[in-house]
Structures are given as structure tokens and as C-alpha cells.
Design a protein around this ligand. Structure first.
Ligand code: HPA
Length: 248
């Protein structure tokens, strides 16, 4: 992968990129407010990357309060053209077991009341409708998939991501509905991030890490302890995957 402009957005379970040799941090201000934190520049396994933890360095920003516009705007302003988004999710369908990593190819937006566009209709430009038929960069998805195959990580190579509002988890009935809609995974940050990346013409893909069976897909209730334990397994896979992705 070219060194020019690769960013990694870290999700829950990945607020720090171990092995990143940090060269500098830059506080950015954007017309949309402040990003989740300073952009962290560094060398990662020999390649230049910018890292940004979506929920802040201390994991204090809940999914509905992430300033997605500021994050993506800041990254693009820093010269980024490719964004690899890491995101913790719940698994709905059978192959999306806790600890699995997945590379979704579709997404459905169930979020509401988030700032979800850069096109506010307040400029001189005409009305803009970006194409979202294929919401993720196929090229970047293929890189992720090839890296996973090379390492034998068994990533699930497609799936539909349901983006829910959070911060609460879903009811069992809501998960049944998402499955009827064709969703395989459920997370709280995929939108508007994916759409905003498209509006900025960024190459964007998601590496989802299954933290838990979604509500009603296992016995009992979902505990934060279970999520933390499964995320550890999944993020260990991500940490093996990333250097291989970046070397391609
Ligand atoms: N639902 C929504 N978002 C999530 C979940 C979930 O079960 N697990 C991790 N992020």
C-alpha cells in the first residue's frame, strides 16, 4: 500500500496502536469542530500512518457523540486518501462468532440525529447526492481479505453491517428485525462515518471485530466483561493483520 495518506481509525479495544513509532501529534481544528483527539503520526512496521482513536485516547466519547465530520475532515486535510476503520461489532448471523474479524461489503443506516453530511445546502454548490451503491472501497477490502488469507486469520469476507444509534445495546426483537433486513453484524459507528468518507472521496473500508453475540443470539444478557474478553481475542488478530495490510 502506498505510504501517501493512510489513516487507521481505531475503535473500542484499539485506542492505541502498539508498535506505532510516534513522530508527532497534531491538534486539528475543522469547520465542523474538534476531532476525537490529535492526529497521531508515526511509522508502523516501516510505513507512515496516521492513527486516530474514534472514541478518544481515553475512550470517553460515546458512538452518538463522535464528531465523525471533524475526524474525516481532519484526516483528509492531513493528506489522507485511504482510511481503514477498525470497529467492534455484535454478531448476528452464524459465522459472526465472537472473536471473528469480518470485512463487510454493505451497510444499512439505522442511526438518527447525527451530523451525517458535509453537504448542508448552505454553499453555492448544487445539491449533491453521492453514490453509495457499494459503500466500501473494493480495493481496500480486497487488500484486507488477501492479508487475512495469507495469515490464515479466517476473516469473514463479506457481510452487511447494521449501524445502530446506541449507546445502549439492542433488544432481541431489534436484532431479529435487523436479521430480517439482511444484516450480519451490528455496530454503532459505521454511520455516518462510511457515508462521510464517500462524500470526501476517501478510499474507506471497515475491519469489524465481533465482540459479542448480538442480543438474543446467545443465552442470557450481554456483559461488558464478555465484550472485553472477546475483543482481546479479536484485536490480537487485527494487530497481526494490520502490518500485512500495510505492506501490500
Ligand atoms: N450492538 C451494537 N454495537 C455493538 C455491539 C452490539 O451488540 N457489540 C459491539 N458493538
Amino acid at each position: 500500500m502506498s505510504d501517501a495518506g493512510l489513516a487507521i481509525i481505531g475503535g473500542t479495544g484499539l485506542t492505541r496502536l502498539k508498535d506505532l513509532e510516534i513522530t508527532r501529534r497534531e491538534v486539528m481544528h475543522t469547520p465542523y469542530g474538534e476531532p476525537s483527539g490529535p492526529l497521531t503520526y508515526g511509522r508502523y512496521h516501516g510505513h507512515e500512518v496516521i492513527f486516530l482513536p474514534r472514541h478518544g485516547a481515553q475512550h470517553t466519547i460515546p458512538p452518538h457523540q463522535v464528531n465523525y465530520r471533524a475526524n474525516l475532515w481532519a484526516l483528509r486535510n492531513a493528506g489522507v486518501d485511504t482510511v481503514l476503520a477498525i470497529a467492534a461489532v455484535g454478531g448476528i448471523t452464524a459465522e459472526m462468532a465472537p472473536g471473528v474479524i469480518a470485512v463487510p461489503d454493505q451497510i444499512i443506516d439505522y442511526t438518527w440525529s447525527r451530523f451525517h453530511t458535509f453537504f448542508e445546502g448552505d454553499g453555492n454548490e448544487g445539491v449533491t447526492h453521492v453514490d453509495m451503491t457499494y459503500p466500501y472501497s473494493q480495493e481496500l477490502r480486497e487488500t484486507l481479505i488477501a492479508a487475512s488469507r495469507e495469515l490464515g486469520l479466517g476473516a469473514v469476507e463479506q457481510g452487511t453491517y447494521a449501524a445502530t444509534q446506541g449507546p445502549r445495546l439492542e433488544t432481541a426483537a431489534e436484532i431479529d428485525r435487523l436479521e430480517r433486513d439482511g444484516c450480519d453484524l451490528v455496530g454503532m459507528t459505521g454511520m455516518p462515518e462510511t457515508a462521510l468518507a464517500r462524500e470526501l472521496e476517501l478510499r474507506y473500508a471497515c475491519c469489524a471485530v465481533v465482540a459479542n453475540w448480538a442480543a438474543g443470539r446467545s443465552e442470557g444478557v450481554i456483559t461488558m466483561d464478555d465484550i472485553a474478553r472477546n475483543l482481546e481475542t479479536g484485536m490480537a488478530r487485527v494487530k497481526r493483520l494490520l502490518p500485512e495490510v500495510i505492506s501490500r
